[in-house]
Design a protein around this ligand. Structure first.
Ligand SMILES: Cc1ncc(COP(=O)(O)O)c(C=O)c1O
Length: 360
């Protein structure tokens, strides 16, 4: 059943990472575990470009996305929606019983800073959620412009999902003034799913201290208490933390700038390839994600059949669209350890399949 994943997470995991995961388990209250967390933390903070703590959450990203709402929202939250995951965040806010409003943009459009300014100016909100890289549509919003606007509202806590852009490009948390920033391990970090990262500013922590109903599992105060001991509140997914240590070592060896440049180059290779067939990008080009490409299926081919063929003949898979644009779009990830060579291998395989499916 082994096939290589070019879906936008989870993605291909290296042998080195799998090997790191097979190290013997230690107790999570042991000195060995604290030493492990102590070793990785500076590098993890470096990747977040932050001096704030980064918490290790044994959950998928939704855990910390929901948890963050419950820690900081008192008055009301503005959920900016422009795709499946960001739209869902509004639904999650309501399920948490919060006073939530949706600032809706068409799928494939970025979150517009002016619209954010207008909505926050109403004074109804003390928190905002934005997904930097909407994976469902391959759309990346201008986080710098958005944070410039949000910083005009000191009472608003910014909760920014960088789940599928983190470590594929620099997102400088402290410089941008992001309060709560989260990422998942199974995207550009190329670790098997199950671990999420969460960095919380002092301002967000102060808010959490005065917020009722934070619960336990994702309580910022619990995370902080144990972070100070290089531990986690409950038994963590230790094998994935070994994987994280190994991946941070890979990133250090490659160098951040080279890593970002590689993601960009891989992304461009796929985009040009798609254009070569006449596929259009789903978002406007300048808002196209750099960790994946979401193309419109404007040639109207049986994209699912292409994918099945790719799996059968070449042991590889991409993704045939998400949510309401399933089948109407397809997505190819270039996250993680991929290189121009491995991307070209995928595209070369697709080249042998696609012509049979393209209507003359
Ligand atoms: C941008 C973004 N946010 C949140 C999620 C949810 O992540 P998870 O399913 O790991 O909780 C995803 C999943 O693909 C995502 O792409």
């Amino acid at each position: 059943m082994a096939y290589k994943l070019f879906i936008p997470g989870p993605i291909e995991v290296s042998e080195k990472t799998y090997k790191a995961m097979s190290q013997a388990i230690v107790g999570h209250r042991s000195k060995d575990f604290s030493a492990l967390v102590g070793r990785i933390m500076p590098d993890l903070q470096n990747l977040f470009y932050t001096k704030d703590p980064v918490y290790l959450s044994t959950s998928s990203s939704w855990g910390v996305m929901e948890g963050s709402l419950r820690n900081v929202v008192q008055k009301g939250v503005l959920n900016c929606g422009n795709g499946a995951f960001s739209d869902k965040w509004y639904d999650v806010s309501k399920r948490c019983g919060l006073n939530a409003e949706m600032l809706q943009f068409d799928w494939g459009k970025p979150v517009d800073p002016e619209a954010v300014r207008k909505a926050l100016s109403t004074g109804k909100f003390d928190a905002i959620t934005i997904i930097h890289n909407e994976t469902s549509t391959g759309t990346m919003s201008d986080i710098k412009a958005l944070m410039e606007v949000i910083r005009e509202f000191p009472d608003v806590v910014s909760i920014i999902d960088t789940v599928s852009s983190f470590s594929g490009m620099p997102i400088k948390k402290d410089e941008l003034g992001i309060d709560v920033m989260m990422a998942g391990c199974q995207k550009a970090m190329a670790i098997p799913p199950g671990l999420a990262f969460l960095s919380v500013s002092q301002k967000a922590m102060e808010r959490a201290k005065k917020t009722e109903g934070r619960g336990y599992y994702f309580d910022f105060l619990e995370f902080q208490k144990f972070w100070e001991k290089n531990q986690t509140p409950s038994t963590p997914v230790i094998s994935l933390i070994y994987a994280l240590e190994s991946k941070l070592e890979d990133i250090k060896n490659e160098g951040l700038e080279k890593r970002y440049a590689r993601h960009l180059e891989n992304n461009k290779i796929v985009r040009e390839w798609g254009y070569g067939y006449g596929f259009e990008l789903f978002p406007e080009e300048k808002y196209g994600s750099i960790t994946l490409n979401c193309f419109k299926n404007n040639l109207d081919i049986d994209i699912a059949a292409v994918n099945e063929e790719l799996k059968k003949r070449f042991n590889m898979m991409f993704n045939c669209g998400y949510g309401k644009i399933k089948g109407k779009t397809f997505r190819i990830s270039n996250m993680g350890d991929e290189t121009p060579e491995t991307m070209r291998e995928l595209l070369g395989n697709l080249d042998t399949i696609l012509p049979e499916f393209i209507k003359k």
